[in-house]
Design a protein around this ligand. Structure first.
Ligand code: SME
Length: 178
């Protein structure tokens, strides 16, 4: 069970509602909130910033959540929540660069066993990185770190990939309107 605190914001009042949910229901709630945040916004940097903030706030036992954007064959630090981080990562290097190069989610229970892991924060022990694609091209990755070994399971991966799918749909729609 995960407890989820949701802020209801209207023009006149704000209220905090707490719910305890199974993990799959928790991610369904996060997906609803993600769509509500991004549906009317076409600026993808702003959307990355809000997705990072939403996930960092809602998920337990994460010490870093953020995006790296693909710029000229490198990953460049994008919107994030957490401590200062490595700025540039070559494609194919580290967990992030591997996710970007292979276009496959990297779910790592123990980063110390991952050959080439880049330790931006020495306290990180587990990591998950989800590729972000537009028309089949890799444009960014979403990276989440935790100090807890094995923090991210298959349900976390499925839930986070669904959130990134929603973001990819928003990106594709925004580009088609531009
Ligand atoms: N650990 C990552 C680097 C990014 S930081 O975790 C924010 C990697 O190996 O690619």
């Amino acid at each position: 069970m995960l407890c989820f605190f949701k802020v209801h914001l209207t023009l006149w009042k704000m209220s905090l509602v707490s719910k305890c949910l199974a993990k799959n229901e928790f991610y369904q709630e996060l997906l609803v909130q993600t769509n509500a945040l991004i549906q009317n916004e076409t600026d993808h940097i702003a959307n990355m910033a809000n997705i990072s903030a939403l996930l960092f706030d809602a998920l337990e036992q994460v010490n870093w959540v953020g995006f790296y954007r693909v710029i000229e064959e490198q990953l460049v630090l994008g919107p994030f929540q957490g401590k200062v981080a490595c700025i540039r990562i070559p494609l194919g290097t580290g967990v992030c660069g591997t996710a970007a190069k292979t276009k496959i989610t990297q779910r790592i229970s123990d980063v110390h066993q991952f050959d080439g892991h880049i330790a931006c924060d020495a306290t990180t022990n587990a990591e998950i990185v989800i590729p972000v694609q537009l028309n089949g091209d890799i444009i960014a990755v979403l990276d989440l770190d935790s100090t807890s070994y094995g923090r991210f399971d298959a349900e976390d991966q499925y839930g986070l990939e669904a959130i990134i799918n929603a973001f990819e749909e928003n990106l594709a729609l925004s580009m088609s309107k531009a």
